[in-house]
Ligand binder design. Structure first.
Ligand SMILES: Cc1cc2nc3c(=O)[nH]c(=O)nc-3n(C[C@H](O)[C@H](O)[C@H](O)COP(=O)(O)O)c2cc1C
Length: 164
């Protein structure tokens, strides 16, 4: 089986997660930035990663969802400033899963990713961003070693689900 790990990342947080997932995969594999994926066919599993932006998926990631083959097994992962396991990142992962309605979503995974204090300060002033930006103040240092360990475990769990 061949696996694809693809991701977008502005400041490197999601890329760290993508590399941890890629490293953990025990099969033939490729790691490709999302904008460079022109053909998504021929993979047994595709890991799709993105930073949560404005409670959702960044526009840069949207074309990929359109070229995923029908029935394709995928696993979604993200980084976010808001608290792990809380309602804000859950909403973004649910949105991503709804974009992938033609495919088979095997699982989702999210960890916190640090945001620069300057960005937090600016975004905290807008009503749209205030809630996550406040939570993001304590995301400094993430993704950390424990997050990357969890990402590797997620990768193996997803591969086990397709039975290869
Ligand atoms: C413009 C912008 C919007 C963001 N919106 C959200 C958001 O809605 N919810 C959230 O939890 N984090 C939000 N974040 C924080 C990022 O998701 C987080 O820092 C992520 O780890 C960045 O990943 P990257 O380094 O791979 O780009 C936002 C960050 C930026 C710069």
């Amino acid at each position: 089986m061949k696996a694809l790990v693809t991701y977008c990342s502005r400041t490197g947080n999601t890329e760290k997660l993508a590399r941890a997932i890629y490293d953990a995969l025990p099969c033939e594999k490729e790691l490709i930035p999302i904008a460079d994926v022109k053909d998504a066919s021929g993979y047994g599993i595709i890991f799709v990663g993105f930073p949560v932006e404005a409670h959702s998926v960044p526009t840069e990631a949207l074309p990929l969802f359109k070229i995923l083959p029908a029935g394709q097994p995928i696993a979604l992962f993200c980084t976010h400033g808001a608290l792990r396991g809380g309602p804000l990142p859950k909403q973004a992962l649910e949105h991503a899963a709804s974009l992938a309605s033609r495919v088979k979503v095997l699982g989702t995974f999210g960890v916190r990713g640090q945001v620069s204090p300057r960005i937090i300060e600016i975004l905290q002033r807008s009503a749209e961003h205030q809630a996550w930006a406040e939570e993001a103040q304590s995301a400094c240092g993430h993704p950390d070693t424990a997050d990357l360990t969890d990402a590797r475990a997620f990768a193996l769990e997803m591969v086990a689900k397709i039975g290869h």
